[in-house]
Design a protein around this ligand. Structure first.
Ligand SMILES: Cc1cc2nc3c(=O)[nH]c(=O)nc-3n(C[C@H](O)[C@H](O)[C@H](O)COP(=O)(O)O)c2cc1C
Length: 188
């Protein structure tokens, strides 16, 4: 089932590149816009259970991130312009009580918002989980009420969607994901 043409071009164009242009840089101002877009995402009770660690290719933070990538992501992520580590606040300080039932949901929205902001200023994004979570948490002294959930590599894709074989990019049909709906033209 094809995607209707009204879907926003940034949403249609978005894909997770397996190769990034190794010379592409991101400026401080561009990185600021990504972080600000994430900050503007909605969250349960405005709890904002997110935090980020950003390492630009060539800087000290980047070096501390890339040493903990898994073999699979180490093949492509270091060439991206910046790697952003995505953290969720999972519990209250010094307690095992859950901070917010929606912490991961909210972090996901912030990362999605950041991803679309990146596309709107010409950067592609690949979110991933292939890294040693405990090692990165130790590297940055992440407090125990926070959890590193994913990372996002932002840069300029060196290939078009589908050009490099990775996981299948097939999507489930619209009907398969829409469990109940009445179309206007079906109403009696
Ligand atoms: C939570 C999450 C974890 C992911 N982990 C990885 C990963 O470890 N390695 C990888 O190459 N891609 C990873 N991806 C990217 C997905 O494989 C990709 O989004 C999916 O196959 C759809 O392809 P597309 O983004 O190009 O449309 C991850 C994506 C998400 C949202």
């Amino acid at each position: 089932m094809p995607v209707v043409p009204e879907v926003h071009p940034a949403v249609r164009r978005r894909h997770s590149p397996m190769v990034f242009e190794p010379g592409a840089m991101i400026s401080d101002a561009e990185l600021d816009t990504l972080l600000d877009a994430a900050r503007l995402a909605p969250s349960a009770g405005n709890s904002q259970p997110w935090a980020f660690i950003a390492g630009r290719r060539g800087d000290a933070v980047h070096a501390r991130i890339v040493r903990h990538l898994a073999g699979s992501s180490a093949r492509w992520a270091p060439d991206a312009s910046v790697i952003v580590v995505n953290l969720a606040r999972v519990s209250l300080e010094d307690s095992d009580d859950v901070y917010s039932d929606f912490a991961h949901y909210d972090l996901g929205q912030a990362v999605a918002t950041m991803t679309l902001q990146a596309l709107s200023i010409g950067f592609d994004a690949h979110q991933f989980r292939a890294f040693d979570r405990e090692a990165v948490e130790a590297e940055f002294d992440v407090p125990r009420d926070w959890e590193i959930t994913t990372m996002t590599a932002f840069g300029i894709a060196a290939h078009a969607p589908g050009e490099v074989v990775g996981v299948s990019r097939e999507r489930r049909d619209r009907d398969d994901v829409t469990w109940a709906r009445v179309r206007v033209d079906e109403r009696g």
